[in-house]
Ligand binder design. Structure first.
Ligand code: ZN
Length: 292
């Protein structure tokens, strides 16, 4: 616990500077689970990466023409199991795990939202599977899509190092009462950013955490204006539909949201926008003081 308190203090101190400059970690309880957010750093992105944004929307929500694009990894722990959701770039991941007292050998499962390199970079270390005992899960659609790319995919190449420890699944609609992928965790359809993009829903006691991967990249504009997309969305229209559906469902069901590109600590609650200036959604970050 002493180590945890130290980490929390470190996080708070670092937040007074540029949050994305250093690898940080913070942990929140979620029912029987503990969810840690491990920062992989970030950069300032140009609004030119956005699609469907009007000049008026850009002027109102991104007046300096930029937004903060961070990257996060989520570590989910319960009942002696250690589960990673994505692996980031692999930039600070291994140091962060060490700080939390979790060895690479102790990771039991890795759930992948999709196969972009900012989510799969930590799968390998020195060209080999970084997590020797982990089973890796990704959606069937995502695997199929990237397997067919003629120029190859770093994500698919990394999966080969895990051999038979790669499992594929078919995600379900968020409003279905579907089966669990792992105890307490369901795989949720979030297609559009990539063909098989998946969110993960953690349900334990009263806690409902939707770890949504890349459902949003530019929070200041995509929450009030969910129709705004990203140049990297493989199917812009589907990505917009997914964002609207998940935002709506998560806000109505008072879920806690975690996102790989939400600025650290990258978790918060959603509500429906009521102001004349916001007919979309409002994201309220969780207090750092609630974590440890
Ligand atoms: Zn991403």
């Amino acid at each position: 616990m002493k180590k945890m308190i130290f980490l929390c203090l470190t996080s708070l101190l670092l937040l007074s500077g540029k949050a994305q400059e250093a690898g940080m970690a913070i942990t929140y309880p979620a029912g029987e689970f503990f969810v840690s957010i491990l920062s992989e750093g970030g950069r300032t992105a140009n609004a030119g990466l956005l699609k469907n944004a009007s000049a008026e929307q850009l002027a109102e929500y991104l007046p300096d023409g930029t937004f903060e694009l961070e990257a996060q990894v989520f570590l989910v722990r319960a009942k002696g199991k250690n589960i990673l959701i994505d692996t980031g770039y692999g930039r600070y991941l291994f140091d962060n795990l060490q700080k939390l007292g979790v060895s690479e050998e102790a990771i039991d499962a890795i759930l992948l939202t999709h196969l972009h390199p900012d989510h799969t970079g930590g799968l390998l270390r020195n060209g080999q599977a970084a997590f020797p005992n982990a089973k890796v899960y990704l959606s069937e659609k995502e695997y199929e899509h990237w397997s067919k790319q003629s120029d190859g995919s770093a994500g698919i190449a990394a999966l080969r190092e895990y051999g038979e420890r790669v499992g594929r699944f078919v995600p379900e609609a968020i409003n279905s009462r579907g089966s669990e992928l792992l105890p307490g965790i369901r795989a949720i359809e979030a297609y559009g950013h990539t063909p098989g993009h998946t969110a993960f829903l953690i349900q334990s006691e009263d806690a409902q955490w939707l770890i949504w991967g890349d459902v949003a990249h530019a929070m200041p504009i995509q929450m009030p204006c969910p129709e705004v997309g990203l140049a990297f969305d493989s199917d812009l229209e589907q990505a917009v539909r997914t964002r609207k559906d998940l935002l709506d469902y998560a806000a109505k069901n008072q879920m806690t949201i975690g996102g790989m590109h939400i600025p650290f600590p990258a978790v918060g609650k959603l509500s429906v926008g009521k102001a004349a200036s916001n007919r979309g959604f409002v994201f309220t970050p969780l207090c750092l003081c609630e974590g440890f």
